[in-house]
Write a protein that binds this ligand. Structure first.
Ligand SMILES: NC(=O)C1=CN([C@@H]2O[C@H](COP(=O)(O)OP(=O)(O)OC[C@H]3O[C@@H](n4cnc5c(N)ncnc54)[C@H](OP(=O)(O)O)[C@@H]3O)[C@@H](O)[C@H]2O)C=CC1
Ligand SMILES: O=C(CO)COP(=O)(O)O
Length: 316
């Protein structure tokens, strides 16, 4: 049996693809009305529309029902993970706890793997991350992700005929790549929304990648991890697709439109967290600093664009 914490888009998509492979899956959700609706309709229409839940997926409000799972996937938004682990993490009984979220925790300035390790040092802690929209996974379109921190048996267990996992031991690099690409995706959305053009977006993605790499190397990650699926791969996907919520949020900001505050936009809190880490380490991250300042209403959009364009000329 495989356990999934969080019946959002990603948790549900993982549950569907793993159930289709033949696993029994128990999916934890917090809201009883939501659970009743999923049980009645066999769909998660509010989070992952148009996808049927296989019969072998059971939805439960009780995280104890996941105990004994071969692996428990934690698919909550990053800023909700710490509180969930503090409240229920010590009761989770499985050899592997795998983070399926992207971001840096604002409270501790650490990634999800570190939060898991601190709560359950006796369990294996890993992260599943990379370029994949939940809807694509659930529809059975080909996708490839990085599993960092897991062993070969876990890699085989979680791979499906349409979801191909590559293994890595660089958990720091995998979590930082997945976290920081969302910040750059917001900036890319702003560029497109403000009508600055595709050339400006390409420049921003390249300079965004340069600052992602700078911080990651300073924190002990490997360059090849950042160049892989969990870094560059996800940066490319998220900065170029309107399926991305981070990109769409930026686009709305850049074009002066509103955005539904209930939609999960991981890059917002992560921009502030990464900017704080960069300040502590004295690492230059101008794009992240700009997004953090925008999010905190310290600068306006025209000021942010002007500030980036007027930086001193330097070597690439
Ligand atoms: N969607 C995607 O395509 C992908 C998402 N991810 C990552 O997966 C993670 C989850 O995102 P996603 O599934 O899209 O998010 P969604 O917005 O679709 O769903 C969020 C889920 O988390 C639950 N939740 C929110 N806050 C809390 C809380 N405080 N305690 C318990 N549960 C909570 C929500 O419950 P409720 O419904 O009751 O509000 C909901 O089930 C993110 O880090 C994201 O970056 C990774 C790859 C792809
Ligand atoms: O991480 C994702 C794709 O890999 C999903 O991106 P968004 O959270 O921006 O929708």
């Amino acid at each position: 049996m495989i356990g999934v914490i969080g019946a959002g888009a990603f948790g549900t998509a993982l549950a569907v693809t793993l159930a289709k492979k033949g696993h029994e899956v128990r999916l934890w959700a917090r809201n009883s009305d939501h659970i009743a609706e999923m049980a009645r309709t066999r769909r998660n229409e509010s989070r992952l529309p148009g996808i049927s839940l296989p019969e072998t997926v059971t939805v439960t409000p009780n995280s104890d029902d996941l105990n004994g799972a071969s692996v428990i996937l934690l698919s909550l938004p990053m800023q909700a993970l710490g509180a969930f682990l503090a409240a229920q993490g010590r009761n989770l009984d499985s050899p592997w706890l795998v983070a399926c979220c992207k971001g840096i925790d604002l409270k501790t300035l650490t990634g999800p793997v570190e939060l898991i390790r601190l709560t359950r040092p006796a369990c294996g802690a890993a992260i599943l991350t990379g370029p994949s929209f939940a809807a694509d996974i659930a529809r059975g379109l080909p996708t490839a992700l990085t599993l960092a921190g897991g062993d070969e048996a876990l890699q085989i267990l979680l791979s499906t005929p349409t979801l191909r996992l590559y293994r890595s031991d660089d958990t720091t690099g995998a979590e930082l790549g997945g976290a920081m690409k969302n910040v750059v995706a917001i900036a890319a959305g702003i560029v497109i929304g403000a009508g600055l053009g595709d050339s400006a977006r390409a420049a921003l993605m390249t300079r965004g990648y340069a600052e992602m790499l700078r911080l990651a190397l300073a924190l002990g990650a490997r360059a090849e991890t950042l160049a892989g699926l969990s870094g560059l791969g996800d940066l490319v996907l998220t900065c170029t697709s309107a399926q991305s919520r981070n990109f769409r949020f930026g686009q709305a900001l850049g074009s002066g439109q509103g955005f539904d505050p209930l939609v999960t936009v991981e890059g917002l809190a992560t921009a502030r967290a990464v900017a704080a880490v960069a300040r502590q380490r004295q690492i230059d991250m101008p794009i992240t600093a700009m997004i953090a300042a925008l999010v905190e209403n310290q600068i306006t959009l025209p000021e942010a664009i002007q500030a980036l364009m007027s930086r001193p000329l330097k070597q690439e």
